[in-house]
Design a protein around this ligand. Structure first.
Ligand code: ARG
Length: 589
């Protein structure tokens, strides 16, 4: 469906043209004085300069045309030259009725030019537990992906596991210390390796930090770990087999964690999957004259003349020939282009990696890994801080594991819910989990991604204010009104959304009509926080309308049925929005 805003703008442009002015001056915006009007156009102010006359003269003649237009109930020219507009109630109702009939899409069309967009998010590191630092990437990436899918794009999420660094060598070294007799360490062994991993996830989670701590104190140990990493990367059989076990055990655990977050990935590729593409890539970079040796390391210059700060060269191989994080990211681009030829790759990563991605992107373009028609986007997010304004930590000052964080919020939520009314324990726990997830996700997504924010459990779990639980509470309220209505009667023949009968109803209707525009805008700006802002306005508008309107006590059957259809539309839109944010609403709360 055409956006209501576009319909309005077209009408105003036509009016400008009709009176002999350039239609470009007819741009309409939402009113910043809702007490005076719903929409406004300030074009006459600018047009006055071109036509060398008083702006009021222009706004006045344009208003005269618009007064006759069926879209407007009010078109007023105000000094010095503003156009204040209000929409005809009937037209808004008709528009909403069409939205309501547009099943599941509510007037928001799928794009006519679907793009293939890969989205690199999550980025957990194998064998290390997920911590809160990975939370933001998962939450934001999932939402960006769902917004794109809703608009009809082919979104491919790739978790991009960190499975190729020193951490692998550390684990292997520690295992070797503990169980030197394992087959994996036997040199020259050529037989099969066991199918079962020689460790469980909890052992793995203990092995890695132990190894990491020891390597910081024991230089020989660290040396051994680096050697093991090197041998693994060179393809040593026993180590490769161990890597496969580590991956298996880890990924199973990670999947469970992401499932709890309602986050899922189309691809479970890791840094190690990029390795086979490195040698040819490096050769081409050399042959093309891009890569050269600098102090033994192979680098590609990526600085540009217009740079205002120093952008160091992108390092491709270390002097010992080992590959780096960069190398892996570049080689990952190689297979992504080969297998999917995406129109865009979006990286949802901590904004502290921005300079790094500038280097990687420039290097990829310069060396021809990606062409003009593939966009590379860095969506950097800020830090999640504790109430003290410092990066979120456990009470003991350690890194908070994601699982514990979520569990504590689930408990908090359960306490709140069971305080409010009596619930069966199992029911209550299930509801608490749904509401808690909304608290965490909305608390994150409602901030612009690039900003740091304070993780404030008390505020996030509140049923009032700009929070996930408040949005869910609003939806649950809608569900209960509908259940009550349909428990007693059915919609009468010919029921439809009727022209607004009050200011609060009109305000709600105008907000609903903005759905398609809000989602398109959030997609274009890769900005889930715009969906949150829309959802919050909508929930407020609905609650305002609800407090002023007697829905169940309304005696006019058709008026009541109109309310019910309006409410159904509002509920559908809120549900579509929270689905794009990555959470859902319970039946009761
Ligand atoms: N594993 C990395 C980390 O924990 C994040 C990976 C981000 N994605 C990428 N393509 N480099 O910091």
């Amino acid at each position: 469906m055409k956006k209501l805003m576009d319909e309005i703008t077209e009408a105003v442009m036509e009016a400008f043209q009709k009176q002999g002015y350039d239609p470009k001056y007819g741009k309409v915006t939402l009113s910043n004085r809702p007490d005076l009007c719903e929409f406004q156009c300030n074009g006459a102010m600018a047009a006055a300069k071109e036509y060398k006359c008083a702006p009021f003269l222009i706004s006045d003649t344009v208003a005269n045309v618009l007064k006759e237009h069926p879209l407007f109930s009010m078109a007023e020219s105000v000094k010095p030259g503003f156009l204040n507009l209000k929409l005809q109630e009937e037209r808004v109702a008709e528009y909403l009725e069409k939205m309501a009939e547009d099943d599941g899409r509510f007037g928001c069309e799928k794009t006519k030019e679907p793009k293939t967009i890969m989205i690199d998010y999550g980025g957990p590191n194998v064998a290390k537990p997920l911590h809160v630092g990975h939370l933001r990437s998962a939450i934001i990436g999932e939402s960006v992906k769902r917004i794109g899918s809703f608009l009809g794009h082919r979104m491919i999420g790739d978790v991009h596991l960190g499975d190729w660094g020193l951490q692998m060598g550390l684990i292997i070294t520690e295992l070797k210390e503990r169980e030197p007799g394992l087959l994996y360490f036997q040199e020259g062994y050529e037989g099969e390796y066991p199918k079962e991993a020689p460790f469980t996830i909890s052992q793995l989670e203990e092995i890695y930090p132990a190894a990491s701590a020891r390597s910081k104190e024991d230089a020989a140990y660290k040396e051994a770990a680096m050697q093991a990493t090197y041998e693994l990367q060179q393809g040593r059989r026993g180590y490769q087999a161990l890597l496969a076990h580590i991956l298996n055990v880890s990924v199973t655990d990670l999947k469970r964690n992401y499932e709890n977050l309602d986050v899922s990935f189309e691809l479970w590729k890791g840094e190690s999957d990029a390795q086979p593409f490195i040698p040819a890539m490096v050769e081409e970079m050399k042959a093309g004259g891009f890569a050269y040796l600098s102090e033994g390391a192979l680098v590609v210059d990526v600085k540009e003349e217009t740079d205002t700060k120093e952008i160091p060269p992108c390092m491709i191989l270390k002097s010992d020939g080992a590959s780096l994080y960069n190398t892996t990211d570049l080689a990952t681009i190689v297979w992504r282009m080969k297998d999917y030829h995406p129109d865009e790759i979006i990286y949802v990563v901590d904004k502290r990696q921005e300079l790094y991605f500038t280097q990687v992107f420039r290097c990829a373009r310069k060396t021809g890994l990606v062409g003009e028609d593939t966009k590379l986007t860095f969506l950097g997010f800020g830090t999640m801080n504790g109430k003290d304004g410092k990066p979120f930590k456990t009470r003991e000052g350690g890194v908070m594991r994601l699982q514990y964080l979520l569990e504590s919020i689930n408990q908090e939520m359960y306490k709140k819910i069971s305080e409010n009314h009596t619930v069966e324990e199992e029911d209550g726990k299930r509801t608490a989990k749904i509401v808690a997830l909304s608290a965490v996700k909305y608390g994150d997504l409602s901030n612009q991604a690039s900003k740091d924010y304070i993780f404030d459990i008390d505020r996030f779990t509140s049923f009032e204010g700009n929070t996930g639980p408040y949005i869910l509470y609003t939806i649950v309220r809608m569900k209960s009104i509908l259940a009550k209505y349909y428990g007693e009667k059915q919609l009468p023949q010919g029921a439809k959304i009727l022209p607004a009968r009050s200011e609060s109803e009109k305000a709600l209707m105008l907000l609903l009509a903005r759905f398609n525009g809000a989602i398109e805008n959030a997609y274009e700006e890769t900005a889930p926080h715009k969906v949150c802002a829309y959802v919050y306005d909508l929930a407020n508008a609905f609650n305002h309308f609800y407090h002023e309107t007697k829905i169940m006590a309304e005696e006019d059957v058709m008026v009541q049925a109109g309310y019910i259809r309006l409410l159904t539309l509002a509920k559908g839109i809120l549900e579509a929005c929270i689905d794009m944010l990555g959470f859902s609403a319970p039946e009761k709360m």
